[in-house]
Design a protein around this ligand. Structure first.
Ligand code: ATP
Ligand code: MG
Length: 437
């Protein structure tokens, strides 16, 4: 099977044999130099989109990005696909989001239109040489995220670059170059003109990476977080957090919690980010001037998240305190929480919260123990269904739910063990409540 790296080299070789310039470009070069396996490979070339398609064949290429000069080449099994982009220069950015047009040009100009020096490198896989027009290698060695060219202008062209800069700094543990940082601070407010989807996509990548606490801290110190999440002012952020600092303020607890999460989904990390904000909004508290009940719903609308993500955020915030308190809970109630979909997400958040607050680890451990046991032991199939109630002649209606729940409770409490006992209980309950429950 061809690996993605081998396929990338073969694409470069093929373009070069056909007389074009071709190099690996951008993130894959950076990652390789950092010793991180690249997520995907991009090729930059002097070939025009039509020439790329002619060379690799229509059937092996996709032209979704052709208007920016990007052709996707589909590899053999296991090799994935590779974006092959014509060297380009971006014309003016009059809207602060995308270029008005693009035109095709040289490798050097293609490097200069990229956002950060560490993202502006090329690599020749045939000679194993790095081609660096922007000083990216030195910044990689020094650990610096620096805009290519004038940071103020580069951010004015595309405001999303501000969040991207923070993302790369956090992900690699790099510092923001001082002029770049100042430019971000000065323009943070303009992030609002970027689409919700693009902002959310960057935030998703910041929050699902291990470096998320540092990412959020950088978003805060650059002023971007206040634009993305104005509610954060309720936590009175300060700059003094480090992973070793003690967690005494809501803001620092939030960063500690983010740092503690182990491979969270985006929804769980978002829930962690807003957990203290939701708590700060106790209507009796002094900061209630900014009502933040239902933060999940706010985030859902603000960043056009999926309803699945909304439900996941809501569930984990609601259930994490319950899970931490598991030992004190009646079993039927806890059992329903443990058998809910996405319980892993709830436990992920609860584990972090328990560690930060020093409260509830036994509850979480207890839940994990239960979940490790065979399902038949702790989540047996129900003894009766709605069909059974119909057969007993009980008219369908809202009472069904209550009856089934009562039977389920009794089953989980080991008060009943068979279908017969369950049906008897249904009839007794039906009679007792006069059909109203
Ligand atoms: P990742 O590994 O996170 O995907 P990446 O560097 O590959 O990192 P992409 O968003 O996939 O990031 O972009 C690929 C390359 O395109 C970047 O390395 C950069 O050179 C260039 N690029 C992407 N977005 C922008 C932008 N908004 N402005 C300028 N250049 C950009
Ligand atoms: Mg990429």
């Amino acid at each position: 099977m061809t690996s993605p790296a081998e396929f990338a080299s073969s694409v470069v070789t093929r373009l070069r044999s056909a007389g074009f310039e071709a190099l690996l470009a951008g993130g894959c070069v950076r990652d390789q130099l950092l010793g991180i396996p690249p997520k995907d490979y991009d090729v930059a070339t002097s070939a025009l989109p039509d020439e790329i398609r002619d060379l690799f064949g229509r059937r092996k290429t996709l032209a979704v990005g052709a208007s920016f000069g990007v052709i996707t080449v589909i590899g053999p099994r296991g090799a994935g696909q590779i974006d092959v982009a014509t060297f380009r220069r971006d014309a003016a950015y009059s809207d602060g989001r995308h270029p008005d047009s693009v035109s095709f040009t040289t490798a050097e100009e293609d490097a200069l239109r990229r956002d950060y020096t560490i993202n502006g490198l090329f690599f020749d896989p045939l000679t194993n040489r790095v081609i660096d027009y922007v000083g990216g290698q030195e910044d990689l060695h020094r650990g610096i995220v620096r805009a290519i060219g004038d940071p103020v202008q580069r951010i004015a062209e595309d405001k999303l670059r501000m969040v991207r800069g923070v993302r790369f700094a956090a992900r690699f543990g790099f510092a923001l170059d001082e002029p770049t940082r100042r430019a971000i601070q000065a323009s943070a407010g303009e992030l609002v003109i970027c689409s919700a989807e693009r902002i959310a996509a960057e935030l998703r990548r910041i929050l699902t990476h291990d470096s998320r606490a540092r990412g959020v801290q950088l978003l805060e110190s650059t002023g971007l977080l206040a634009v993305m999440l104005p509610e954060v002012s309720l936590l009175a952020p300060d700059e003094g957090w480090s992973p070793e600092s003690t967690a005494e303020t809501p803001w620092r607890r939030t960063l500690h919690l983010l740092a503690r999460l182990s491979e969270p989904t985006f929804a769980v990390a978002l829930a962690a980010l807003v957990r203290e904000i939701s708590l700060a909004d106790d209507p009796r508290s002094a900061v209630a001037h900014m009502p933040t009940h239902d933060m999940p719903h706010r985030l859902f609308e603000r960043w056009r998240l999926s309803t699945h993500e909304l439900e996941e955020m809501t569930q984990v915030l609601r259930d994490e305190p319950v899970v931490r308190d598991a030992r004190k809970l009646p079993w039927p109630r806890l059992q329903r929480i443990l058998s809910a979909p996405r319980i892993e997400s709830t436990l992920c958040l609860a584990t972090g919260v328990a560690a930060v607050l020093g409260d509830g680890s036994e509850g979480v451990a207890f839940c994990r123990d239960v979940l490790r046991r065979p399902a038949a032991e702790w989540n047996p199939p129900p003894l009766v269904t709605g069909e059974d109630l119909k057969h007993l002649g009980i008219p369908p209606g809202p009472a069904y739910r209550a009856l089934l729940e009562a039977v389920r409770d009794a089953q989980l409490e080991s008060q009943i063990h068979s279908r017969e006992e369950a049906l008897q209980l249904v009839l007794a309950e039906h009679k007792r409540t006069g059909g109203n429950a």
